[in-house]
Design a protein around this ligand. Structure first.
Ligand code: NDP
Ligand code: ZN
Length: 347
């Protein structure tokens, strides 16, 4: 990212490895919708000559003197969120906010990201995980962000056995939320989106109905399908701050929960409809969060791939080989052709 709205290639000095850190060479990377928000919407403010990218698997090139469990040559999963584990926020259980709100998100935010020949990982022992040999490298790139974010939406909504669940947005994040809700025991699983390929994959991952928001009000469609009852849980992984939130609150049963992982990129306020919120007494909860990182989390999610409980590789619609194709993959993410779900670049 050269500046807001501008991308290109730059030369930078290699990062320096601190005693607890690692330097990693990327083996496979994927651009994210958040990279698009960063460059073309100025979502995190102005950034100059910053290397983009926060989704990668890689190979360790160097480790600091105090790193215990990793060595050069190890192939690793690199989470998008790399907290400072000693921070008070981490001790309180919210490592993604270590050092301040959302500050666990460092790559392509406060420091250079993973679309470089070499990148820096802080606190390697706590933030990296070994890539299991039986996990496909391209699919494993989805462990950086898409899998943990979609599954965190499910955790935030606290999906229980037999719940009726609606997932709003079935891009890669929402698709992982659909798969996660199925793993958590959802019964009726309504998936909201309009792209046919995403809809087909949502069905494969466990959606029982597809709701097309372009074909009418989604609340009306959900209410018809649930005979006026609404759903127990809503996971928000797409849509806009005002309309989508109001819809989510409205379609929720009393006592229901919303898990939001969508980036709310515009407007000053999120609107909560008063009557639909039971005039403030509806026991409807909103939980929104940035994905958790950390080695333990990454190892557990990787074992979902090893045991074939989850196959995020199905989302990879566009595959490239070679560093020079990163730009093309990023532009695909920006332009979102209708057959795109997620691109991956093998290096
Ligand atoms: P996509 O753009 O690929 O998917 C968005 C989805 O929302 C699509 O299915 C789209 O439908 C749907 N949608 C768009 N408008 C509406 C609407 N008005 N009503 C209902 N659905 C709508 O995004 P990603 O899956 O890549 O990412 C989703 C969000 O998650 C982004 O905001 C991203 O920044 C955020 N994110 C959050 C993270 C976290 O830690 N919390 C980490 C990573 C990403 P259609 O089929 O028409 O395209
Ligand atoms: Zn991301």
């Amino acid at each position: 990212m050269l500046g807001i709205g501008k991308t290109g290639w730059i030369e930078k000095d290699a990062p320096v490895c601190g005693p607890l850190d690692a330097l990693v060479k990327p083996l496979a990377v994927s651009p994210c919708t958040s990279d698009v928000h960063t460059v073309w919407e100025g979502a995190i403010g102005d950034r100059h000559d910053m290397i983009l990218g926060h989704e990668a698997v890689g190979q360790i090139v160097e480790v600091g003197a105090l790193v215990k469990d990793f060595k050069p040559g190890d192939r690793v999963i690199v989470p998008a969120i790399t907290p400072d584990w000693g921070a008070l926020e981490s001790q309180a259980g919210y490592s993604m906010h270590s050092g301040g709100m959302l500050a666990g998100w460092k790559f392509s935010n406060f420091k250079d990201g993973v679309f470089g020949e070499l990148f820096h990982v802080n606190e390697a022992d706590a933030n990296l995980a070994l890539l299991p040999d039986d996990v496909d490298m391209a699919a494993a790139v989805m462990l950086s962000d898409m899998v943990p974010t979609g599954l965190h939406g499910v955790e935030l909504a606290d999906v229980q056995f037999g719940d009726d669940v609606c997932v709003i947005g079935i891009g890669p994040v929402g698709l992982m939320a659909v798969a996660g809700a199925k793993l958590r025991g959802a019964s009726h699983l309504y998936a909201v989106g309009s792209r046919p390929d995403c809809a087909a994959l949502a069905r494969e991952y466990g959606a029982t109905e597809i709701i097309n928001y372009r074909e009418g009000d989604i609340v009306k469609q959900i209410m018809e399908l649930t005979h006026g009852k609404g759903v127990d849980r809503v996971i928000v992984a797409g849509g806009n701050a005002e309309e989508t939130f109001a819809q989510a609150i409205t379609m929720l049963k009393p006592g229901g929960r919303i898990g939001n992982v969508n980036y709310l990129g515009s407007g000053d306020y999120v609107k909560i409809p008063r009557v639909e919120w039971g005039c403030g007494m509806g026991h409807k909860t909103i939980a929104g969060g940035l994905m958790p990182g950390g080695r333990l989390r990454m190892e557990k999610l990787a074992s979902l791939l090893s045991t074939k409980r989850l196959d995020p590789g199905k989302m990879l619609t566009h595959r490239f080989n070679g560093f020079e194709h990163i730009e093309e993959a990023l532009m695909l993410m920006k332009d979102k052709p209708r057959d795109l779900i997620k691109p991956v670049v093998i290096l």
